[in-house]
Design a binder for this molecule. Structure first.
Ligand SMILES: C[S@@+](CC[C@H](N)C(=O)[O-])C[C@H]1O[C@@H](n2cnc3c(N)ncnc32)[C@H](O)[C@@H]1O
Length: 392
């Protein structure tokens, strides 16, 4: 019996600063006894919930099922342990595998070498028993393992997600500085947008925030486009149960009303990218897109803006970006009455150039950038109604 089968305990990996959001989402999807740690959440879940979490989570990166924990003071312990696991319960010599490792406060300091020792141990096991060994494939393996060594203990897990969950399958093309899908999903969630007001991204790039808003509103599971999950390699995988869980989630999908989500960008080229990405999702045709600078938009009243302007690291010179932030601040002040703005600034110091009071500042990492999500409530002046034709 593997470790996760004894107590139904799993570990969700999550981007830094999103642990609390990840925990909340886990609970909504059926996890119990959750416990936050650095960049992760421990939780308990039954089989159906494990499948549901992998299929539907918008904010988690990977779900690991611990196979075994063992004392590990040297790399020999890895090779030795590898020879004792019945690997054929998980995969065969004809399949490919990969191991990602992390080491903390351990005598073993080289995580790559630790992976290598474990890989050799697994390969030897198969060769001794079956005369053949599975190949390693680091790009697109059939099965992924995770090895975490902390002090003198190691935990070997099966990655039940497979590819990282931030990969939804809609973004085969990115813009110049695309936002991570899990972060975009967190921004939509933090905006508390519920579809009653129109949502607009005036600097939409490849459309990540728009895709996540569409999926969120319609209840489209985040992995709707994914064909393979790591959990299908668990020895107790139940295909019928997975089909049932998937159907239950898919049955909850609702259509997107016309014009409640729109995006624009100064670059016509990235608008085409956004269109291509969106077109992989149901109801994409209801999202309005236009190639124009926000400065050309007449007004956007009583709505929700979510956006991620350039921030001078990956794109734009600092002076240009500062001016852009100032112009965007003026735009909000003068043409967006009654609108709530959620602006993700990849570089927090740019906040001062907006020239508007922020009612919330939420630290949020996007890849290696430690950015901040700013909430700006544009004062309610003339309560004009949103006119979607103005975005044409
Ligand atoms: C950081 S990227 C947005 C990335 C986007 N969230 C994504 O996931 O692809 C910033 C975008 O702002 C656009 N942009 C820059 N200046 C603009 C302006 N004045 N009006 C509209 N869009 C602008 C750029 O073309 C770029 O696509």
């Amino acid at each position: 019996m593997f470790e996760y089968q004894k107590n139904n305990t799993f570990f969700a990996q999550v981007t830094g600063l999103m642990e609390a959001l990840g925990e909340k989402e886990l609970q909504e999807l059926g996890a119990v006894n959750t416990k936050i740690t650095y960049r992760g959440v421990y939780f308990e879940a039954d089989k159906a919930s494990l499948y549901r979490i992998n299929y539907s989570s918008r904010m988690l990166s990977r779900i690991l099922a611990p196979l075994l924990s063992f004392p590990c003071r040297s790399t020999e312990a890895l090779t030795r342990t590898a020879s004792k696991v019945k690997w054929e319960r998980i995969f065969s010599a004809e399949q490919t595998f990969s191991i990602s490792s992390s080491v903390t406060k351990s005598r073993i300091t080289n995580s790559l070498y630790a992976s290598q020792c474990l890989k050799d141990g697994i390969a030897d096991y198969f060769r001794d028993k079956y005369g053949r060994r599975p190949s390693v494939n680091t790009v697109n393996p059939d099965v992924r393992f995770n090895l975490h060594i902390e002090k003198d203990n190691a935990v070997l897990s099966l990655d039940t997600s497979g590819e990282s969950l931030h990969k939804r399958g809609y973004r085969l093309l990115g813009g110049d500085a695309p936002m991570q899908e899990t972060v975009a999903a967190a921004i939509i969630r933090l905006s508390e947008w519920d579809g009653k007001k129109p949502l607009w991204d005036p600097m939409c790039g490849s459309g990540t925030l728009l895709c996540e808003a569409l999926m969120y509103y319609c209840g489209i599971p985040a992995q709707y486009l994914r064909k393979n999950f790591g959990f299908s390699h668990l020895p107790d995988y139940e295909k019928n149960l997975w089909v049932k869980v998937k159907k239950e989630m898919d049955d909850k999908i609702i259509p997107l009303p016309e014009g409640i989500i729109s995006g624009s960008d100064i670059s016509q080229k990235v608008i085409e990218t956004a269109r291509t990405n969106l077109s992989r999702l149901p109801f994409f045709e209801k999202v309005k897109l236009s190639g124009q600078p926000f400065q050309h938009i007449k007004e956007f009243h009583n709505g929700v803006i979510v956006t991620n302007p350039p921030y001078g690291i990956r794109m734009g010179k600092p002076e240009e970006v500062q001016l852009l932030f100032k112009e965007f601040g003026d735009f909000i002040k003068q043409r967006c009455n009654g609108t709530t703005v959620f602006l993700y600034a990849g570089e927090p110091s740019l906040r001062k150039y907006i020239g508007l009071k922020t009612s919330k500042r939420i630290p949020l990492s996007n890849g290696k950038f430690e950015g901040v999500l700013l909430r700006i409530d544009s004062y309610e002046g003339t309560k004009k109604k949103f006119n979607k034709d103005e975005l044409n």
